[in-house]
Design a binder for this molecule. Structure first.
Ligand SMILES: Cc1ncc(COP(=O)(O)O)c(C=O)c1O
Length: 398
């Protein structure tokens, strides 16, 4: 009997960041020390008080189904958090999901269908285009350039709009570039959308991780028009080092959250009950733990920026948020490493992994060749030794 998979499954590409991490693991399995800078998660343990809340939830027997949109206390806490950040979302305008990625999938699933278009500025987080394609809609990738800080300009948005455009995806702070839009830049994009029925899907998962500038306000807080047309996605994964707990959320006008509620109730029921209590402790607790992690990220960012500036042929903008450098490696294209040609970012990342045992994610995975993404969510010593190994390897490129 031949097994026939659905076209949807056949078209799906594996996540490129996960694939890059796998190649690094394969080398490690051979006993080789790999400087793994592919990781998209904080390397800190989840703060103690959050783990204790989970332990308490288990002891209290909170180990059963919850309402499928999340426990009311957590929806309320997220709602309050947005009020404090300048945008009023009622608790029923918040749906708790299994991580921000699940929330993004839910939102796209209830908004998009065959024939629709979704505008995605590139470089973009690897999963965006795959999640859009799963709905039957078409990703419309709009390249941004380094000179413009990797930010979408209003005239580019205007040019990409068609009668089929349903959603504009924004991600500030951005993975992979670390770009952070200013309030005026977001408002200018919002102006272009005025009078259309295009929604903004704002992925704010890195909102708490910004450097040397004021906190990033939610896009939905910037004008009444943006409040009405924005779906906000965020969660606890990055801010609180809670990637494995799988808690994220979508906040949006009630019509949208009601549709997500229906979808989620049929699809996954509720997110893990214990994780929800942990997330409640995170969202309602002191932000001191976030500040401590941010301080350490800031120290590493300074260090990596300084080291990269010393390396010949590489250049990188200082990221304003998140924990990635998007390094321009295009000066090495057309050259050779160990007899193999470096034609693109995949060749560069592969040669670097083989030659220096330093793992990066190729820019092509984010829709932009010419770059590799370096995560600085790694121990300081690893950054130091990894950058030393990189420096030595660069000298061997012919
Ligand atoms: C831009 C962006 N959005 C969403 C996510 C997913 O977050 P979660 O782990 O909560 O699903 C990530 C994780 O890497 C990300 O970088």
């Amino acid at each position: 009997m031949g097994i026939r998979l659905a076209d949807r499954a056949l078209r799906l590409k594996p996540s490129a960041t996960i694939a890059a991490a796998q190649r690094a693991r394969d080398l490690r399995a051979q006993g080789i020390h790999v400087f793994d800078f592919t990781l998209g998660e904080p390397d800190f343990p989840t703060p103690r008080h959050i783990c204790e809340a989970a332990e308490a939830a288990i002891r209290a027997g909170r180990t059963h189904y919850t309402p499928s949109s999340g426990i009311p206390e957590l929806r309320q806490a997220v709602s309050r958090r947005y009020t404090e950040r300048g945008v009023g979302y009622a608790p029923n305008e918040v749906v708790i999901s299994n991580g921000a990625k699940h929330a993004l999938h839910n939102v796209l699933s209830v908004l998009c269908q065959d024939g629709d278009e979704v505008i995605i500025p590139a470089p973009y987080w690897v999963s965006y285009s795959a999640l859009v394609e799963l709905t039957g809609a078409r990703p419309v990738i709009v390249p941004t350039d380094e000179a413009a800080g990797f930010k979408l300009r209003p005239e580019q948005l205007q040019a990409a709009l068609t009668p089929r455009t349903r959603v504009l995806m924004l991600n500030s702070p951005c993975n992979p570039t670390g770009a952070v839009y200013s309030e005026d830049e977001i408002r200018a994009l919002g102006e272009v959308l005025k009078g259309t029925d295009v929604l903004v899907l704002s992925d704010e998962i890195y909102e708490d991780l910004v450097y040397g500038r004021p906190p990033v306000p939610p896009v939905a807080s910037l004008s009444d028009d943006l409040r009405a047309r924005t779906v906000t996605v965020s969660g606890v994964s990055k801010s609180f080092a809670m990637t494995g707990w799988r808690i994220g959320w979508a906040a949006a006008p009630r019509e949208i959250t009601a549709a997500i509620e229906k979808l989620q109730s049929q699809q996954t029921s509720n997110p893990c009950s214990i994780s929800q209590y942990a997330a409640l402790a995170a969202v309602t607790g002191s932000l001191e733990c976030v500040e401590e992690m941010l301080g350490e990220f800031a120290r590493r960012r300074e260090y990596v920026a300084q080291r990269l500036a010393e390396l010949p042929g590489l250049s990188a903008r200082q990221p304003d948020g998140a924990f990635y450098f998007f390094i321009n490696v295009s000066q090495y294209f057309g050259r050779n490493s160990g007899g193999e040609p470096i034609r693109n970012s995949i060749d560069f990342a592969t040669a670097c992994l083989n030659g220096a045992h330093v793992a990066f994610v190729p820019g092509l995975a984010f829709g932009t060749d010419g770059y590799v993404r370096m995560s600085f969510a790694a121990a300081f010593k690893e950054l130091e030794n990894g950058l030393n190994a990189l420096a030595e390897w660069l000298k061997t490129i012919e």
